[in-house]
Design a protein around this ligand. Structure first.
Ligand SMILES: Nc1ncnc2c1ncn2[C@@H]1O[C@H](COP(=O)(O)OP(=O)(O)OP(=O)(O)O)[C@@H](O)[C@H]1O
Length: 332
């Protein structure tokens, strides 16, 4: 069988009680994941890309069985997660977003040996396995230091080590590079590529589009609990091939510009974001004709008394696929 993870029409509805003083609590329903289906092939890195709150973590939690779907089902290596959770879990290693569930007062080695023991390994096997994982993560030299003294990147590696300790064929990595400095993120991405080369299946959630693009064989884009596109990164980008993109930075925030540029013929979409660090207003403009349009856009900018800082004509990225599908930016 070629499918490692089969997710069939899963749905998750949360209910919460909102209480107001002297009033009866009101029960509110919220659908976080709304009929999501996908298959992950064995040996594939499958990216789940979406903005904050899109439903990525909730989906992962349903695949591991931590959360029970309100509807639909999940199979991991042919095992129904709802019916045989323990058997299914033997096939899965998981790192949840911001997972710091390693023990801070224990060393990296003690942590990994402890989790190996939880998986039922004897002392000798646990030690061997911990050694192997520490080496693979480049943590051998720091193996006997307590985790609380580690940097964020090293703590994240120990969390990944916990997911690797049982040598499971399927890895669910929820935002594994979140909060890491650029070099630590590069190191972790290299490890993820190596895991794939060993034949493991990886589900990676991220809201970094470059990361999804770089690592994934296929990507599902998720928004508001629904999958809105699923294909290889190349095909996703090709799908908006006729759409061209111009990035223009201007010297001050001018929201009126967005609607004015949208009003120009052949303009498909305009996103405007103020970059506080660099004190500039960044416009991402999608259009279907590159020549005449630039002058028309510049005229609008001038009539709004803004100064152009830079103009770039770019190849569409996954972010553009998202903008094209939703009319909003991934990081809004
Ligand atoms: N236990 C819960 N009760 C109520 N609502 C929840 C619960 N868990 C998640 N949600 C809501 O479900 C939605 C999806 O959350 P989820 O954590 O899956 O998003 P995400 O795509 O992983 O986002 P992020 O990138 O910010 O981690 C959010 O609106 C969140 O507030």
């Amino acid at each position: 069988m070629n499918i490692a993870v089969a997710v069939s029409n899963i749905r998750k509805e949360f209910t919460s009680k909102k209480k107001k003083l002297f009033k009866k609590a009101k029960v509110e329903k919220f659908v976080a994941v709304d009929g999501v289906s996908f298959n992950i092939k064995k040996g594939e890195i499958f990216g789940l890309l979406g903005p904050n709150g899109a439903g990525k973590t909730t989906t992962i939690k349903m695949i591991t069985g931590i959360l029970r779907p309100s509807d639909g089902y999940v199979h991991v290596n042919g095992i129904d997660v709802d019916k045989e959770q323990i058997k299914a879990l033997q096939n899965i290693g998981t790192v949840l977003a911001g997972d710091r569930s390693v023990y801070w007062k224990l060393t990296a080695r003690e942590n990994l040996e402890y989790f190996a023991a939880l998986y039922g390994m004897g002392k000798k096997k646990a030690k061997e396995r911990a050694d192997k994982v520490l080496k693979r993560l480049g943590l051998e030299e720091k193996a006997d230091i307590v985790v609380e003294k580690f940097s964020t990147g090293m703590k994240q590696k120990v969390a990944l080590g916990k997911a690797l300790i049982a040598d499971a064929p399927v890895l669910l990595l929820d935002e594994p590079t979140l909060g890491l400095d650029p070099q630590a993120a590069i190191n972790l991405r290299e490890i993820i590529m190596e895991l794939k080369e060993e034949g493991r299946t990886v589900l990676l959630t991220t809201h970094y589009m470059e990361e999804a693009d770089l690592l994934s064989d296929r990507i599902a884009i998720i928004d508001n609990g629904k999958i809105i596109a699923l294909d290889t990164p190349e095909n996703l980008k090709k799908s908006i091939g006729q759409v061209k993109k111009i990035n223009i930075d201007v010297d001050k925030e001018c929201k009126e510009l967005i609607d004015e540029i949208k009003g120009i013929e052949d303009i498909e979409n305009v996103i405007g974001k103020f970059n506080e660090e660099e004190n500039k207003f960044q416009l991402i403009i999608h259009h279907v004709d590159g020549q005449v349009i630039i002058q028309k856009i510049l005229d609008k900018i001038h009539s709004n008394k803004c100064k152009v800082l830079s103009v770039n004509v770019k190849e569409p990225s996954l972010e553009d696929v998202f903008i094209d599908l939703t009319g909003k930016s991934l990081r809004e």
